[in-house]
Design a protein around this ligand. Structure first.
Ligand SMILES: Cc1ncc(COP(=O)(O)O)c(C=O)c1O
Length: 388
């Protein structure tokens, strides 16, 4: 299926996720179980102390490209993944969304007109691309990326291909041969590629790759976006990074300077310390939570997404035998009212995946143990069955 946001007017609004969270904020006296965000949570926060170089960092502007300590840590992270890049190829941003916005505006300003995305994509990301002046075309991830549908689109210099791997929400991941074919086509045809790798630590299937970075020989037109939000469970730091060719990083650094001068100094040193600490405990928590959810889904005959990676489970309400209530928004409303559980549904994505919702895999086992039976008890087809 192809969905297109053309160049017409689009009403601005909060995402469905934010609307649910602001409803929650108005009734703080209630005890909510918040599963709306998709953030892995550290089991025990025995994280390293941070050595700030001067004071607490609040009294200095950081360099626009980012502090050296963090760019060195990120270069070393890439090296551990098998990629050989220098710190001149790294730009620190205010999270991945900031990086995506910078690249989208930069490409739009240099003549790119169309963004073709493996979807569904986050609604806010589709809006971001559209606001950058791009026509947004979203094709099903499996058809466009895994089945190499991009190969028949005649992509050229006016096009951007957006590849999120592991894919939020389905959990599908790039495999080695697809990544190689895509990079070769990019070199031949001159389109741009964004790899959105914000969950690259969380890959659980040996048939796929965690990151395409080691396969990239020619960085012309290639942008890898990453972040501490999921990979290090630290969305509040608002630290992300872009890896790209040196000339592209120079241009993006100029744009970053004129748009926001630099990213917060203290947050960058915290991020460098977190990167050095590593995220093994977080990855293990997501692995265990994901397994628990998948076992529960299999036991309850519930359809799931590809689930090769990612930090969430993507669950299909409609797969469980048909029902009179397949709209995940109705289901989410019911969970909020009856059980004080807040989830995010397919309405948060473009195109809207009406019968789907997600739950984060990186929460504690105790939370999942409480919540999963309540989800099963509220499942529409079960209610239908009970009535019959
Ligand atoms: C695929 C994808 N890209 C980017 C982001 C943005 O992450 P950040 O918090 O680093 O801006 C998210 C956050 O949910 C995401 O899922």
């Amino acid at each position: 299926m192809t969905s297109v946001i053309g160049n017409g007017y689009r009403r601005m609004g909060l995402s469905p996720l934010s609307r649910r969270l602001s409803a929650v904020a108005q009734t703080v006296s209630e005890e909510w179980t918040l599963l709306a965000e998709n953030i892995p949570m550290w089991p025990e926060l025995s994280l390293p102390p941070v050595n700030l170089i001067s004071g607490d960092g609040h009294y200095d502007y950081a360099p626009s490209q980012g502090v050296d300590a963090l760019r060195v840590a990120l270069r070393d992270r890439a090296a551990a993944q098998g990629a050989d890049i220098g710190i001149e190829s790294v730009l620190v941003t205010n999270g991945a969304f900031d990086g995506l916005g910078l690249v989208a505006r930069q490409l739009s300003g240099s003549g790119v007109r169309r963004a073709i995305c493996g979807g569904p994509v986050l609604l806010s990301f589709a809006d971001l691309l559209h606001a950058a002046g791009l026509e947004v075309v979203v094709e099903d991830w499996e058809e466009l990326i895994a089945a190499q549908g991009w190969a028949s689109l005649g992509l050229g210099p006016g096009d951007l291909l957006y590849v999120n791997t592991p894919h939020n929400p389905t959990g599908a991941c790039l495999d080695d041969s697809t990544a190689r074919a895509l990079l070769a086509a990019r070199e031949r045809q001159g389109f741009s590629v964004i790899f959105d790798l914000v969950c690259d630590s969380f890959v659980f299937d040996q048939a796929v790759i965690g990151t395409p970075l080691p396969l990239i020989r020619d960085w012309q037109g290639v942008y890898a976006i990453n972040s501490f939000s999921k990979n290090y469970g630290a969305p509040g730091l608002r630290i992300g990074w872009i890896i790209a060719g040196q000339a592209a990083i120079e241009q993006l650094t100029i744009r970053l300077e004129w748009e926001r001068i630099s990213v917060g100094t203290a947050a960058q040193y915290h991020a460098a310390a977190l990167c050095g600490h590593g995220n093994a405990a977080l990855v293990e928590r997501v692995r265990a939570g994901r397994q628990m959810i998948l076992d529960w889904a299999a036991g309850n005959n519930i359809g799931v997404g590809a689930q090769q990676g990612g930090v969430q489970a993507w669950l299909n309400l409609a797969d469980s035998g048909g029902s009179d209530c397949e709209d995940a928004e109705d289901f989410a409303d019911k969970l909020m009212m009856k059980h004080k559980i807040v989830i995010t549904t397919g309405a948060n994505y473009y195109p809207r995946a009406a019968a789907w919702f997600r739950i984060p895999a990186g929460v504690s086992e105790a939370v999942l143990r409480d919540v999963l039976p309540m989800l099963a008890a509220s499942w529409p087809s079960r209610n239908t069955a009970r009535r019959n």
